[in-house]
Design a protein around this ligand. Structure first.
Ligand SMILES: C[S@@+](CC[C@H](N)C(=O)[O-])C[C@H]1O[C@@H](n2cnc3c(N)ncnc32)[C@H](O)[C@@H]1O
Length: 231
């Protein structure tokens, strides 16, 4: 038995769980508002949702385009994306979010709408979607909270949740330095585009469309949308 290796693994495991625990603690003290979701930048929410709608429209133009029955909002927070965009396109939208307070707020604010869908209070690193039910799995501004390994495993599980012609959309901040940048305040990482591509490939998925979000303030990280499908 290699004692050194084992003690190294234990250290890695506890570092990894600290990464998730610290993020959960950070989000616990964030108010359940659009401003809270966007780090004080609620002013960009409309531009973001419009950019997402345009991207989705272009996906619906594809020859083998996804259906419009059921979507999943991954890392949904208070349901900003479900309410402001996904519900306008899909009959059913399920939400998955690790923070109970945010999910309760989402349930409350969606109760007075014609929203249909389920609420899952669990981290994406543990979540497994139902088999073959989703036309779109939309995952935005949350993947920096997963380790590379969990991100690949999560994407692999998402593949099994897709219907025929279904696809996953990732919308995330990206670094331009070519490096992974760690944010110790909210316990997240921001990845360079090359790493995003590598992780997508490792999950046996391929990018069929990629687009930069336009009209965001220039001092923010670049934000890109990736539409990805099983190889
Ligand atoms: C920047 S907010 C974005 C929320 C939403 N996607 C939006 O754009 O309005 C990040 C969200 O990810 C959630 N989150 C953080 N770590 C997570 C994890 N491991 N699994 C699921 N959700 C997570 C936070 O609780 C928070 O609601």
């Amino acid at each position: 038995m290699d004692n050194n290796k084992n003690s190294h693994d234990v250290q890695d495991d506890s570092k990894e769980s600290a990464f998730y625990v610290d993020a959960a603690k950070y989000w616990e003290q964030v108010p359940p508002t659009v401003d809270g979701m966007l780090g004080g930048l609620s002013s960009i929410s409309d531009i973001d949702l419009k950019g997402s709608q345009r991207f989705l429209n272009s996906i619906f133009q594809l020859i083998s385009c996804p259906g419009k029955e059921r979507a999943l909002d991954g890392g949904a927070g208070i349901g900003r994306i479900t309410k402001g965009f996904l519900m306008n396109n899909f009959a059913i939208v399920d939400l998955v979010e690790q923070d109970q307070q945010f999910l309760k707020e989402a349930e409350k604010s969606l109760a007075s709408t014609n929203h249909r869908g389920q609420f899952f209070n669990i981290g994406l690193q543990k979540f497994t979607p139902e088999l073959g039910v989703y036309d779109i799995i939309w995952v935005q501004w949350v993947l920096g909270h997963l380790t590379d390994e969990d991100l690949v495993r999560f994407l692999k599980r998402c593949r099994t949740g897709l219907k025929q012609n279904g696809l996953i959309v990732l919308k995330e901040n990206l670094t331009s330095s070519g490096e992974v940048e760690m944010d110790h305040t909210d316990s997240s990482v921001t990845r360079p585009p090359s790493l995003m591509h590598e992780l997508i490939q490792k999950a046996d998925l391929r990018v069929i469309k990629e687009q930069k979000q336009q009209r965001f303030p220039s001092d923010l990280y670049e934000v890109r949308m990736f539409a990805i499908q099983p190889i």
